[in-house]
Design a protein around this ligand. Structure first.
Ligand SMILES: C[S@@+](CC[C@H](N)C(=O)[O-])C[C@H]1O[C@@H](n2cnc3c(N)ncnc32)[C@H](O)[C@@H]1O
Length: 386
């Protein structure tokens, strides 16, 4: 089954970890075994022309930068036969636009001319933003006060890809989210270690955990630097956090220390998300809340290839299978894909057929402080039990 990949590059600053399309043909060596899907179309339906923001070329995160020669096939991955689940479809709510407004921890100060000006804790940062096709609302003098500017100079690594107009800054700096301390960091990939738009999901999840008045187990797949895991642990959940990148897990552990949440039960696991979920299914491990925030393309620690359009249906299906008898929610975020939230909404609704509850889908956006324009960051779809 072939999928059209958009190879155009742009300078957008949307969430981009793991969305690098395969850089070389591998002759199928690294593909997951084809899963048998009933009623599968031979060719995907034509997708609408993507918005500018969905056409990014994404600089790979460390886990996606592996040498092709080191990658491994998923030979042992069992074939999963996907069957349409039976039962009444969950209720639906869409479109749902979840918005992050400027706040004391983070603010999108202004945007325009293909860039965005953000306040991350103490620092004012300029990064590329392909969607910002409008003009900045703030005068140039406000942009000139930036502490750090992402240049993306590919001859450089890490901090070298940033310019510091004032004094040189250290690689990391203290950040906060709703009272949780963690580390911001200037990375090669223009990220700073947090996706602020995710805060809408974190608040929702924390509410579910606190209101449940019972022990709650959370699985955070593709968890990155761990903010969601820390929020869940602080709310009282037992958390399992999985990411392919050893570096990201190291950073997440540092964040746990920074947040003074070292005594909270969080398992940090470097593993391929799909492999881990499959293993949990076999072992009978169950979760009340599952978050999964997969890139369009990524690699597991042993080079296992993750292709969202190819593997998301199976992973979603496994997520349903590893829920406790009284689950609370399953939250999927997707970004930089040539799709609409209607697609992941349909997948989630079909997958959660017979479970009751409701599927809510839409976009995560960040509201700009200067002129109130909205920056779309990702699509999401979540199943909630009540
Ligand atoms: C967009 S980030 C997730 C962001 C995170 N949910 C948050 O809000 O901070 C995508 C993550 O997926 C990880 N990743 C990529 N491919 C993977 C795979 N096959 N298995 C597990 N993690 C993977 C990357 O290392 C990266 O940390």
């Amino acid at each position: 089954m072939k999928f059209t990949r958009d190879k155009r590059r742009d300078k957008s600053g949307r969430r981009d970890g793991g969305t690098q399309p395969p850089r070389a043909q591998d002759g199928g060596r690294n593909k997951r075994p084809e899963r048998k899907v009933e009623h599968r179309q031979e060719k995907p339906a034509p997708r609408p022309e993507p918005k500018a923001e969905r056409r990014e070329n994404h600089t790979p995160r460390p886990s996606e930068q592996r040498n092709e020669a080191h990658s491994e096939a998923r030979s042992e991955t069992a074939q999963r036969v996907l069957r349409r689940r039976e039962g009444i479809l969950p209720a639906e709510k869409l479109p749902l636009i979840l918005e992050v407004a400027p706040n004391a921890d983070y603010a999108l100060l202004d945007s325009g001319n293909g860039q965005k000006l953000e306040q991350y804790g103490p620092y004012r940062i300029v990064r590329p933003e392909g969607q910002a096709i409008w003009q900045p609302a703030l005068p140039a003098k406000d942009w000139d006060r930036a502490d750090a500017i992402f240049t993306g100079d590919t001859d450089e690594e890490g901090m070298g890809r940033w310019r510091f107009p004032g004094q040189p800054l250290g690689e990391t700096w203290p950040m906060k989210h709703d009272g949780i301390d963690y580390l911001g960091r200037f990375t090669s990939f223009r990220h700073v270690g947090v996706f602020p738009e995710q805060a809408s999901h974190w608040d929702h999840m924390a509410g579910l955990i606190e209101n449940s008045k019972r022990p709650v187990k959370v699985l955070n797949l593709f968890g990155y630097t761990g903010l969601a895991s820390l929020v869940a642990a602080r709310a009282g959940a037992e958390v399992t956090h999985v990411d392919a990148s050893k570096k990201a897990i190291g950073w997440a552990r540092e964040n746990q220390e920074m947040a003074s949440l070292a005594n909270k039960p969080i398992r940090w696991i470097v593993e391929d998300a799909m492999k881990f979920a499959e293993r949990e299914e076999r072992r009978g491990s169950r979760y009340d809340i599952i978050l999964f925030d997969p890139p369009a393309y990524g690699r597991g620690p042993k080079g296992e290839v993750w292709q969202l359009f190819e593997h998301l249906p199976a992973l979603t299906d496994i997520c349903r299978s590893i829920l406790t008898p009284k689950p609370l929610a399953v939250v999927l975020t997707a970004y930089s894909i040539r799709s609409s939230f209607f697609a992941i909404h349909a997948l989630m609704r079909d997958t959660f057929a017979g479970m009751g509850g409701r599927v809510e889908s839409g976009e995560l956006i960040i509201r700009e402080q200067s002129a109130g324009r909205a920056l779309s960051t990702s699509l999401f779809s979540r199943w909630v039990s009540a």
